[in-house]
Write a protein that binds this ligand. Sequence first.
Ligand code: PMP
Length: 309
Amino acid sequence: ADMDVDTIWMDGDFVDWDDAQVHVLTHGLHYGTGVFEGVRCYDTERGPAIFRWDEHLDRLYDSAKPYDMEIAHDREELTEATLELIRRQDLESCYIRPLVYYGYNSLGVSPGDCPTKTMIACWPWGAYLGEDALENGIDVMVSSWRKHASSQVPTNAKTTGLYVNSLLAGEEARQNGYREAIVLNKEGHVAEGPGENIFLVRDGEIFTPGLAQSILDGITRNTVITLARERGYTVNDEAVISRGELHTADELFFTGSAAEVTPIKQVGNVSIGSGTRGPVTEELQKAFFDLVERRTDDHDEWFTYIDEE
Ligand code: PMP
């Protein structure tokens, strides 16, 4: 596998890679009934630290709500399991993937008495869109696939099944020679990327779509909004952005736990701003990496250190 994982936490136990199996009649496999998280642990001067673990846990429990999924483990248990996985595998920095899903019992769409299963795995994962992307930006295309509307499915829940839309949009972009997609919502307004939120900079102000645009409430989005406001920027975080405004933006960038802060240099055949990473993006990107790698003392409350002092 492309992932270097020795130990996986499953329903309360630490199991070896080879034993971390699921049954083929697992409900979540058939109907996409899982909720999950993607979290990063950074290598800091005080050792490995998980970034905004509490907020990711909040979102995990919230994502389970519309599906009536009763997560069988409390926050302390999931936290201890994750800390232990990182310690046992001697990870300095890693990506953390908790997943909660309906297991097997019956195979009607109604989960009936299917048990709620939980797993957590961690592995080293570099820059999601590439190191070069962070510095020089990526080219993206506006997908022909629209994002599902929040009136059709709760888009603020991070549900496994929803990611078929992300896959379609992302693969379409890559088949057309672009690194990533921008997905419009059902109304035709800018929503987000397949696994990223999007920000637009114009005349020194910052804009990003709000939850009513059928986006995921990104934790990196919230982080970047906070960092920008602390630096005196005006941030409109409920912006309604039309497709055409992408082309006339001074700067565009994506945010995400995996994608971090990635500049967008081109949309379709249109070069954005100067065609490279813009100054506001660079400032916020630097603020972000200074924060997560703990070159500042700011927002220490956002970090869960693996090694106790
Ligand atoms: N939108 C979608 C569809 C995503 O999958 C993600 C990644 N979780 C994001 C936005 C960014 O969210 P976060 O910053 O919490 O990772």
